[in-house]
Write a protein that binds this ligand. Structure first.
Ligand code: ADP
Ligand code: ASP
Ligand code: MG
Length: 474
């Protein structure tokens, strides 16, 4: 059995959907037991989210316009893909209902002047509820018996709106009963990615880009042979092709390496995708919908520690926070209090720097959380600041973390040297280094303006230098 997940660009237009259908038909010819998971059409989730935010800020026009745009976008594709008039009318009815609901939601948000995370999940999950029925109807029009399934009926989550965590016990029970019975009847389920619901039925989402995670959850519940992520690039490349055009496809990565890359900004895979796959040892393959026979990447359990640099990723929109002061040395528990204060505002620390000494602690958080973190620290250390044990709490905005990933690399002599001389030659200033993260990762902080230069310099040093062994590239 397979799970095939299609991203926004793979269902972004009638042409893309036609291509997606041929991928599904090919997969089904090899293994009829295939489950499809789909994202919203490209750009739709952003439009929904932005309209809801604008409504909360007092603007009605954006959601009124979005309603028209979304109607046209879905119906234009439907007209090209669905031949049967009855089917098309049925789909049009469905879209009208969803958009009517969207309008009413945005109207209420506008009247209240407030958008709660719970409300946002209802709005942002509508994109998949419009794309899944379209893909299912288009499959039927090509002779594939398919039906769409709302994942809210299967994926049970906690109520951490905006980034809900799946509860695997009830989710797997529902996935098995609902999806297996469809497959037994020869029907291909087309499940909405990204969305779920709490045990009492309140809609949730798994976080932006979360359809990959949906596919992995369902794949693990159904113990599939492979979880396939179909996207718009030839698998996972040695760097983001938008930053380093010379990047090449990696044939194989370990779960650990791929997880590090995803965590540190390789958007091609949602960071949580690998968790359910690892538990059952299911391979995850990344393929290109628009080049289905081209290169792809397979992610598996791999004990091989060959010490090679496999890939480079960059995570943006970060702030480095320094807690500094000569008097810190004598005050016990500063580090513990610092991280407790950060945890109390539920901010995630992405990296703790090796520059930490008894005179400074420095760590990285998302830019969007930095002001809150700074305030929390100023409150926590009010007395120490007054007495000048701590001189200042200093944020440095617009930094990025660059992660260089490859298992066993940190124990391999010469890699760090090559890395830093490449950056030195390119004139990149390394602001900080990571402390104690996994052995498959060296991470460093540079300013945003140095990001492209740094990624390209590292890529040249490890992938375009014939004296350095490279991982299996395609
Ligand atoms: P989808 O809509 O199919 O989920 P995404 O836009 O979420 O697709 O992810 C695919 C994009 O990820 C690619 O178009 C590419 O720009 C970006 N990306 C970032 N880092 C990498 C990498 N190392 N390898 C491949 N793609 C990457
Ligand atoms: N449509 C959702 C998003 O844009 C989920 C996804 O594409 O994976 O975040
Ligand atoms: Mg994605």
């Amino acid at each position: 059995m397979l799970v095939l997940k299609f991203g926004g660009t793979s269902v972004g237009s009638a042409d893309a959907i036609a291509q997606t259908i041929s991928v599904i038909a090919n997969a089904k010819a090899k293994d009829p037991h295939s489950v499809v998971v789909t994202s919203a059409m490209s750009g739709v989730t952003d439009l929904l989210v932005n309209s809801a935010r604008a409504a909360a800020a007092g603007q009605r026009q954006p959601f009124l316009d979005a309603r028209e745009v979304l109607f046209e976008k879905h119906l234009t594709a439907a007209r090209e893909l669905i031949d049967s008039e009855e089917e098309r009318a049925h789909y049009e009815q469905h879209i009208s209902e969803q958009l009517e609901f969207f309008s009413r939601l945005c109207s209420s948000i506008n009247v209240l002047g407030e958008l709660t995370p719970r409300g946002l999940d209802v709005v942002s999950g509508l994109g998949e509820r419009m794309s899944a029925p379209l893909l299912a109807a288009a499959l039927r029009a090509r002779g594939v018996d398919a039906a769409w399934v709302d994942a809210a009926e299967i994926v049970v989550t906690d109520d951490n709106f905006g980034e809900a965590a799946p509860l695997l016990g009830p989710t797997c029970a529902r996935a098995q009963s609902r999806l297996n019975s469809m497959l037994d009847e020869g029907v291909t389920p087309v499940v909405t990615g990204f969305v779920g619901a709490t045990e009492s039925g309140v809609p949730t989402t798994l976080g932006r880009g979360g359809s990959d995670f949906s596919a992995a959850i369902l794949g693990s519940c159904l113990s599939v042979d492979e979880i396939q992520i179909w996207t718009d690039v030839n698998g996972i490349l040695s760097a983001d092709p938008r930053i380093a055009p010379q990047a090449r496809t990696l044939k194989q990565l370990s779960y650990n390496e791929a997880a590090e890359l995803a965590y540190f900004g390789a958007k091609v895979l949602h960071p949580k995708t690998l968790l359910p796959a690892i538990e059952r040892g299911i391979p995850v393959r990344i393929l290109n919908t628009f080049n289905p026979d081209g290169p792809s990447t397979v992610i598996t359990k791999d004990p091989l520690k060959n010490g090679l640099v496999k890939a480079i990723s960059a995570i943006r929109d970060l702030t480095l926070i320094n807690v500094e002061g000569r008097g810190m040395m004598g005050v016990p528990g500063i580090a513990a209090r610092t991280f407790r204060a950060v945890a109390d505002v539920r901010a995630n620390v992405l990296m703790i720097s090796q520059a930490s000494s008894e005179q400074s602690i420095c760590f990285v958080v998302r830019r969007s959380r930095s002001e809150e973190v700074q305030r929390a620290l100023e409150t926590e250390f009010e007395r120490e600041l007054e007495r000048h044990y701590i001189d200042r709490i200093r944020p440095q905005h617009d930094v990025v973390i660059i992660a260089v990933v490859g298992t066993g690399m940190r124990g391999t002599p010469g890699i760090a040297g090559r890395l830093f001389s490449a950056l030195g030659e390119a004139g990149v200033n390394v602001i900080a280094l990571a402390q104690g993260s996994s052995e498959s990762n060296i991470s460093l902080v540079v300013s945003h303006e140095d990001m492209t230069l740094a990624v390209q310099a590292i890529h040249r040093a490890f992938f375009q230098n014939r004296h350095v062994p490279t991982p299996q590239l395609v």
